[in-house]
Design a protein around this ligand. Sequence first.
Ligand code: GAR
Length: 211
Amino acid sequence: MKRIVILISGRGSNMAAILDSNLPIEIAAVISNRGDSAGLEIARSRKLPAFSIEHKDYALREDFDSALAMKIDEFSPDFVILAGFMRILGIDFVKRYSGRLVNIHPSLLPSFPGTKTHRKALEEGVKIHGCTVHFVTEKLDHGAIIIQAAVPVLEDDDEESLAARVLEQEHRIYPQAIRWLVEGRINREGNRVLLGGKSGGALVSPEIEPR
Ligand code: GAR
């Protein structure tokens, strides 16, 4: 069974969706950069090894990254899953886990990298918004896209209602992406992710049909 380390920063709802998805994985550890993350409590309630490495304890980003990598490497994971992990990771960290490090982002990348994605989507007046699971590269919120889900932006949406509609889809596509990863079905040709040799991987919600 593939070993997974999940990195979180807060609520942990994507982590919980992964735990609830009956995936053929072993969650080796959950690590947060904040000791008060609700997600750590969820992990502990499920008897998973859960740790915090406080980013505030490190003056230098590289030192935090090194401490995090040392902890991760104790568990020899096949994949490192960023699930609402809100720290920018440095180039050495990203290189160390290249091809094994994936993230979920609450927008249809490459639109709206960074934070406050739902606000930006509303401000720009887009009609379609969504979420993306992608491999992590040194460029923030960039990297080969594994799966995306789209949702409509409705006229009476505010940030909260839009975020909730997107989050529902996040909870569907992240477990799906991890399933493909651990089943070894993901191949890459440059920036394109190919599933079992077939092109594609992006699925439009609400009808997500696993292939
Ligand atoms: C999710 O919406 C996730 O996509 C986002 O943070 C939220 C975490 O929620 N991640 C990012 O913005 C990363 N740039 P969760 O802790 O309930 O999974």
